[in-house]
Design a protein around this ligand. Structure first.
Ligand code: SAH
Length: 221
């Protein structure tokens, strides 16, 4: 391979085109979601030894033993959530802050919580750098939701639960949508979409995914 063929030599514009092409080829087709993901540079959320892989369609390690999700999974989950410009969204699992930043471009306000203080603080620094002002990040046990701000139009859970947590179902508006990976934490999980109706909840199975577990209680760091 000559230096001209090397991915290191990719221009930012080429890198962005490759990133968006990967998303489309994996089923992210909603133009609003693609535009929101085009605006948020994933490279800002991945630091250290994995920074050069930020534009690959792969999950990557972040501090506190957690992971930033695969871009196509971020896109497919965001698409399944069908977020509207007036919606208030709750995200459980801030992690790097990338998913919250994508959601912020599509909604009125995003509340995002993580059990690790370090992750919340680092994500807040990035939101400020990017001039994103409609995200509220908070250290909290997301398995209990965020009762003070409830109810929500949309809830996105980015860690796997055995079942959709009851407090989150209770904090969803009627007509609201929640997307959550369910299943045993060490196995392949199923991404499901829960829609709250007047009479109860409708469940759709979307696809197989693999997420870190939703852990009750706050982290040590
Ligand atoms: N959405 C993130 C990726 C999340 S990884 C991103 O875009 O980068 C899953 C995150 O869920 C981890 O950061 C983990 O700390 C968090 N988490 C796990 N259990 C939790 C809980 N009960 N409450 C809040 N956050 C939790």
């Amino acid at each position: 391979m000559t230096s001209e063929d090397s991915p290191d030599e990719e221009t930012p514009a080429e890198r962005k085109m490759r990133f968006l092409f990967q998303l489309r080829s994996r089923g992210v087709t909603d133009p609003r979601v693609l535009a929101a993901m085009e605006r948020i540079d994933r490279g800002v959320f991945v630091r250290g030894q994995f920074a050069d892989r930020a534009y690959d369609d792969t999950p990557l390690p972040i501090p506190c033993g957690q992971t930033i999700s695969q871009p196509s999974v971020v896109g497919l989950m965001t698409q399944a959530l069908a977020v509207g410009a007036r919606d208030t969204v709750l995200e459980i699992g801030t992690g790097s802050g990338y998913q919250a930043a994508v959601l912020a471009g599509l909604s009125r306000r995003v509340y995002t919580v993580d059990r690790h203080r370090r992750l919340v603080q680092e994500a807040e620094v990035i939101f400020r750098q990017l001039n994103i002002s409609n995200i509220t990040a908070q250290v909290a046990d997301g398995s209990r939701g965020l009762p003070d701000q409830a109810p929500f139009d949309r809830i996105l859970v980015t860690a796997a639960a055995e079942d959709p947590p009851g407090p989150l179902l209770a904090q969803l508006k009627i007509g609201g949508i929640m997307v959550v990976p369910v299943g045993q934490s060490d196995a392949v999980q199923t991404l499901i979409r829960v829609t709250r109706t007047e009479g109860g909840f409708d469940y759709d199975e979307l696809r197989q995914v693999r997420f870190v577990p939703l852990v009750e209680g706050l982290g040590q760091t």
